[in-house]
Design a protein around this ligand. Structure first.
Ligand code: NDP
Length: 287
């Protein structure tokens, strides 16, 4: 029987998840249908329950509903509980009574860093810019991967302080500092404040980039993102966007739902080529 999944968000038409999961399913020989659900703001629960009651097996959850999904799920994985945000819901029989909520964002980032970019995290010093939904999801998995120091900096220091508080009991716990107090000394700089959406520079000194080994933007696009351009211009030896994280978090969701870990490299390459082609295509001229 065809299993039904979807991504729910607002907006959602831009989501690449249907293409990613269709390719995973084809390669794994699994009969799966994956769609998009545009839920009205304030209408998340109704849309989820309608999909579940119509026989849906699970959902990916994207902006702005990751906190609503956390509140709605009856049970959570440890990493979702720590993040306070859910990007993967399971309603099948194995999930038991009520829905199971998980968060695969951080696992996706860590796998992309370690496996695709060959960046070992153990003992490294990491700067995380941003304290929103994505940042919440990546802190626990970065600590689990053994980073030696994690600093969070955000436009609203109070939001960074709230995020950091949740991890205070960890042996290596994150600390927050003001953006204008950041000094060089990080191996990895992770951008999770959405600067790519605004095509804007982050308020970080060139010296911080120049002293780092890798700059990683969670945002992705067909052309180098504003953060990637800034990091390269400032002398950071390597800079990349978050397309790999997108594919890896999807693979982790696929595993959570179906118990199969799909190969990701071909999907990553297909998407990268599609993004590049979209960027290179001439835009239609207005008549
Ligand atoms: P949220 O809206 O939850 O968080 C946004 C964060 O950015 C907050 O910390 C906010 O700070 C900060 N921010 C917003 N506007 C500004 C601004 N004008 N100047 C400085 N800081 C600002 O977004 P997400 O955490 O969900 O997403 C963050 C980024 O991560 C996006 O680019 C998204 O595309 C990307 N992402 C990529 C994924 C992938 O798989 N590759 C997965 C998930 C997200 P404040 O606290 O002050 O409001």
């Amino acid at each position: 029987m065809t299993q039904r999944y979807a991504v729910i968000g607002n907006p959602v038409e831009h989501s690449r998840s249907p293409q990613i999961h269709a390719q995973f399913a084809r390669e794994a020989g699994i009969d799966l249908e994956y769609g998009r659900i545009l839920a009205p703001l304030g209408g998340f629960v109704e849309a989820v329950e309608r999909f579940r009651d119509a026989g849906g097996s699970g959902l990916n959850v994207t902006l702005p509903f990751k906190l609503d999904a956390f509140a709605w799920a009856a049970r959570h994985s440890e990493r979702a509980a720590e993040a306070g945000a859910v990007n993967t819901l399971r309603f099948d029989a194995q999930a038991g009574e009520g829905a199971w909520g998980d968060n695969t964002d951080g696992a996706g980032l860590v796998r992309d860093l370690v496996e695709r970019h060959d960046f070992a995290l153990a003992g490294r010093s990491v700067l995380l810019l941003g304290a929103g939904g994505a940042a919440r999801g990546v802190v626990g998995p970065l600590l689990d991967a053994g980073v030696g120091r994690l600093v969070v900096a955000n436009r609203s220091p109070a939001n960074a302080a709230r995020l950091v508080e949740k991890f205070a009991a960890r042996a290596v716990h994150p600390v927050c500092v003001r953006l204008d107090a950041l000094e060089p000394g990080f191996d990895l700089v992770v951008e999770a404040s959405g600067s790519g959406l605004r095509d804007e520079r982050v308020p970080l000194a060139d010296e911080v980039f120049a002293a780092a080994t890798l700059a990683y933007d969670l945002f992705y696009a067909g052309a180098p993102t504003a953060f990637v351009r800034q990091a390269r211009a400032a002398g950071c030896p390597r800079a990349c966007d978050g397309l790999g994280m997108l594919v890896e978090q999807a693979a982790e969701s696929f595993f959570v739902w179906l118990g199969v870990r799909p190969a990701t490299e071909a999907v990553y390459r297909t998407l990268r080529e599609a993004l590049d082609a979209e960027h290179a295509a001439p835009r239609p001229r207005p008549r």
